[in-house]
Design a protein around this ligand. Structure first.
Ligand code: C2E
Ligand code: CA
Ligand code: CA
Ligand code: CA
Length: 279
């Protein structure tokens, strides 16, 4: 509730109240979403720029709300983070992605990685590494095929602790990508010390390749930095052929975006693979 500026009395704001109630309702719905099986993962193809080969898929959470229909993760992930629900949710995502990976492997498709998004709250828990290894063990998913996407802000929070945790993940065989790279404020010397595999060039830079605010020098610099550190680069949000060409020119390794495919339900990933094989 807001205080009235002049009088200091609390003012009843129906609009704000309604929003608060809505969020509370949504949070309690979300708490039950896992057991009601309203959550699902969609998978967006990641391809090698050189030849268009599928090298991975990113698991993206979808919530099919019984009354509201599909709710975007941009809406409910922040809510899940505020309420701490992201911890059990994130554990479900890991488990489900690994299970799906094994299902694909059993169908003869074991060549691509699965990338899973990890929130700060999850990563910072002392049991995070054991949650990851438990998902791998219980499903039998090959750890070399699991990639964890961490944002720059997570990576930079407590560098000593982050380094130790990442080393443990690497010992499991899991690889690590820095998500939304370039939007945070990574210290380059720290980047050098962390056991990373991939820099994901944020969509905003890819989008700005085509307009007046030319981001080409920035993208070039990121690719150069990654090469120097021995990391791969993956460009996010590639929508056009001209973006693809520019990224190829600067030596970016991989890409993901509507130009190749939208996030797809698991069954359609196999169709994507078959279509690719026919090319
Ligand atoms: P993100 O990790 O940066 O994921 C990429 C987002 O960009 C996805 O949105 C994807 O659908 C969208 N995208 C992909 N290609 C294009 C393109 O060519 N153009 C445009 N305009 N957009 C594209 P989505 O699925 O709505 O997810 C939004 C965010 O929610 C994700 O951003 C991620 O931060 C978060 N999120 C999604 N699933 C999970 C999850 O399982 N755990 C956690 N912690 N966060 C998740
Ligand atoms: Ca991501
Ligand atoms: Ca991203
Ligand atoms: Ca993002």
């Amino acid at each position: 509730r807001a205080k009235h500026r002049k009088t200091g009395y609390e003012v009843f704001e129906p609009d704000m109240n309604r929003r608060t109630l809505e969020r509370l309702q949504l949070a309690s719905d979300l708490r039950r979403a896992v057991e009601r099986q309203e959550l699902e993962l969609h998978y967006q193809p990641q391809v090698r720029l050189r030849d268009g080969e599928l090298i991975g898929v990113e698991a993206l959470l979808r919530w099919r709300h019984p009354e509201r229909g599909m709710i975007s993760p941009a809406q409910f992930i922040p809510l899940a983070e505020e309420t701490g629900l992201i911890v059990p949710l994130g554990a479900w995502v890991l488990q489900e992605a690994c299970r799906q990976g094994v299902e694909w492997a059993n169908q003869g498709h074991a060549s691509f990685r699965i990338a899973v998004n990890v929130s700060a709250l999850q990563f910072e828990r002392d049991d995070f590494v054991s949650t990851v290894s438990a998902s791998l063990a219980s499903t039998g998913f090959a750890s070399e095929r699991l990639e964890l996407e961490l944002t720059e802000s997570i990576v930079m929070r407590d560098v000593r602790e982050t380094t130790i945790r990442m080393e443990h993940l690497r010992q499991l065989g899991v690889s690590i990508a820095v998500d939304d790279f370039g939007t945070g404020y990574s210290s380059l010397s720290y980047l050098q010390r962390l056991p990373l595999n991939v820099l994901k060039i944020d969509r905003s830079f890819v989008q700005n390749l085509r307009d007046a605010e030319n981001a080409l020098p920035v993208v070039k610099a990121i690719v150069g930095l990654a090469n120097h550190l021995g990391l791969s680069t993956l460009a996010e949000g590639v929508e056009t052929d001209s973006e693809l060409q520019l990224l190829l020119d600067v030596g970016c390794d991989f890409a993901q975006g509507y130009h190749f495919a939208r996030p797809l339900p698991p069954g359609e990933i196999l169709a994507f693979l078959e279509q690719q094989a026919r090319k």
